[in-house]
Design a binder for this molecule. Sequence first.
Ligand code: PLP
Length: 468
Amino acid sequence: MRYISTRGGAPALGFTDVLLAGLARDGGLYVPETWPRLTADEIRALRGLSYEELAFRIMRPFVGGEVADADLKHMIDGAYATFRHQAVVPLKQLDESLWLMELFHGPTLAFKDVALQLVGRLYDHVLTKRGARVTIIGATSGDTGSAALEACRDRAGIDIFMLHPKGRVSEVQRRQMTTIGSANVFNIAIEGSFDDCQDLVKAMFNDHAFRDRINMSAVNSINWARVMAQVVYYAAAAVALGAPDRRVGFSVPSGNFGNIFAGYVARQMGFDLAALIVGANRNDILARFFTTGRMEITGVEPSLSPSMDIQVSSNLERLLFDLYDRDGARLGEAVTAFRRTGRFAAPEATWGRIEGLFRAVSLDDPGTLRAMGELHRETGELVDPHSAIGIHAAMACRTDRETPIVALATAHPAKFPDAVEKATGIRPGLPGFLADLHERVERMAGLPNDVRAVQDYVLSHRRNDRNS
Ligand SMILES: *Cc1c(COP(=O)(O)O)cnc(C)c1O
C-alpha cells in the first residue's frame, strides 16, 4: 500500500513514513493510492468478531505489511483495553431506526481516544524500531489536549508538552491534563489566549534550529493513521446492523471532517452506506458546502460545541482530491485560491457525485439545548452538545424507517456538564474511574506568552538527550 499527496507534489510513501510525516512536504495530505475493497462475503465474515479483531482486519490492508501482524494486534489490544466498555464502542437503540454509537468510553471521554490510543502506540513502535525519539508540542483550548497526552503518556520515544491558556479551560479539562503523573508529560499554562498558545507552537516549529534539535513533531488531526483507526467503528456498526445485506446511514457531528471522512473511506472499501450526514453548529461552513457546493470563510463564533468551532475543515481536502479526480496540481491551485480569496466552488462536472453521498444540517445553540432536552424527555438519555447535533441531524434527514441511522456520540455528557444541566436540569457525574479527579495532584508550569521562555522550559525538561 502506497500513499500519495493530495497536492501531487510529494513522493509516494509507505504507511510508517506517512505516520511519521503527518503533512506531506508539498502541503498536501496523504491518502491511499487505491482503496482496498472488501467483498460482500468478506464483510459477512466480520459478524460476531470482537472490536479488536475487526479492527485488525479493517486496518491491516492500510498498514500494508509495514508493521508485523503480531505487533499490530498487540497494539490494538492495548489501545482498546483502555476503554471502559466490553464492546469498546457500544450501540444503543433510541427508537425503531435510530441508534447511538458511544465513542466516548476511552480515558478522556471523547471520541478522539479511539484513534489516538492506537496512533500513540503505533508512533512509539515505529520510532523505537528506528531508534528515534521525538518531542511533541501542542496547544489546546481544553478539549483535545488530554486525548493527545493520554495517547503519548509513558511512551519511551516521546516527550509531550501541552500548552493551554491559563484560566481559560474548564477545571475538569485542566485536571484531565495536569493529573497525568507520567514523566514524559508536561503541561504549561500560558499567560494568554488559545491563539497565543497556537502562535507559540507555530513559532517553535518555524525555528528550524530548535525544531531539529528536539526533533519536534505533532500528532494532528490530518494524520492518516487517525482516519484509518476511525474507519473501524463505521464497519463495526454497519456489520452489527446487518451489512452487507442492509444499508446503514451515519450522522456525524463534524469539525475538521476527520471523523466523517472515515465513513467515506468505509464506503470506498465496499460498505454500502446510506447518506453520510454532516452535523454542524452555528459555524456552518461545512453544512453550506454540502448544500450549495460553495464555501466562504467567515469568522468563527464560540458555541456550546467547541470541538466543531472550525473555520476550514482540514480533512475536507481528502474528499476534494476525489472530487478533482485525484488531480493534485489542480486541487493545489484551488486550495491556494481558497486561502487567498476565502471562497471556493466545487467543480461542476463532479459535484453530482458528492451531492448524493452527503447531507448536512446545522443547529445553533438554542436549538442544541432544545434537542438535548427533548431527547432526555423522550428517551431518558443525557447527551453532550456535539452528540445532540448529530442526533438532531439524523432525525432531520430521516426519510424512511427501514434504513437504520447511527448517530455518533463523540463526547461523554460529563465533559459538558453546564450545557447538559441547562438543557435537562440534570448535572451529569463523571464516570467512576474519574470520580476522584478533583482530589488528584496537579502538575503544571506557568509561563509568560514568550517563545524563548517556552523553548528554555522544553530544552531543560525533555528527557530525550539524557536518556539516549
Ligand atoms: C473533535 C470532535 C468533533 C469533530 O470531529 P472532526 O473529526 O474534527 O470532524 C466532534 N465532537 C467532539 C466531542 C470532538 O472532540
